[in-house]
Design a protein around this ligand. Sequence first.
Ligand code: PLP
Length: 357
Amino acid sequence: MINLTRGVPAPESYALAEFAECFKKAMEEDGAKAMSYVASPGYEPLIHLIADQEKIDVDQVVIGNGSLELLQFLTYTETQPGDCVFVESPSYDRANLLMKRRGLNPIGIPLETDGVDLNVLQDALKKHQPKFFYLIPDFQNPMGVTYSLEKRKTIAELAQKYHFFVVEDSPYRSLRYVGQDLPTLSSFVPPELSVRMTSYSKTLAPGLRMGVMMGNPQIIKRVKTWAGDTYIGPVSPTQALTYQFIKSGYYEPNLKKIKELYAPRLAKALEVLDRELPGAVYPRPEGGFFIGVTLPEGNDMATLIPRAKEAGINITDGRGFYLNPEDGKRFLRIPFCGLKPAEIEEALGQLIPLLVK
Ligand SMILES: Cc1ncc(COP(=O)(O)O)c(C=O)c1O
């Protein structure tokens, strides 16, 4: 079976030798601390290092067992069941799920190739008062699109005008393969109206289970307390390992290496789509893990998933990315990072003949 399902990094991207060296160092230098309970917000040297890197106070940082978990905590500390929140449409399927599970009323704002549709957003803000807007402005999951500078600024203005806070999820932000970085959306929002999440899952390894939330110190304090009441503190040996990894100067060269690994995979996926699927609609991502493809009329996930499976390809159900699942019945997310270019050619070569073109 070939998996075109989740956004898992390529196994060859993991810096295993450096991890082994850094774990040994972490144990030798600070093992007793790293192996004890480390209270929320997390392993102190790493919290300080992140605060320094981001030029924020340490009380604006909390580490959790993955950023998804921090998002879930945030829905408990900042919302009540029945509250309205805004999400992109389509959005990260697990985020959609956890908001529904919390009993929230998420409203989807359609995504265009340069960010959400601002007309729809402004209309929605006249009708609803969202607690927060959850967005993924860089190499969005599942579409792969990146917000323009103008849209970042406008959303920041709207947050101030309508008093909602921005939850910026940015696990793919540093994985840009072409083009220029833009400032984070949160950088245009006053700190009291924003939190930003990032993760080491895509840049180091998801098994570390390390996510970070930064921003409004009051929100961070509540999330920190909620986390502490849930599990005392997040898993700490992996934090000590990550701290050593960064301190040893391995982080940036490793990032460069994985970007060089993934850039040809994105190029290959786009090349095959351009060549074989001219009737489909998809953006041209400049980084990240995904290309979100809207298949031509006549395709339907309900029948495509079992047929693809018979042909040896696992695909993710596009309906999970939409609040109204029917809207995603022609939506195919292609995660291109976990497969080598030849495997991408092979996977799409087997899948595309099954599609209505
Ligand atoms: C947008 C987004 N947020 C969060 C996560 C989860 O990250 P973590 O492994 O840190 O929980 C993912 C993983 O696919 C993601 O795509």
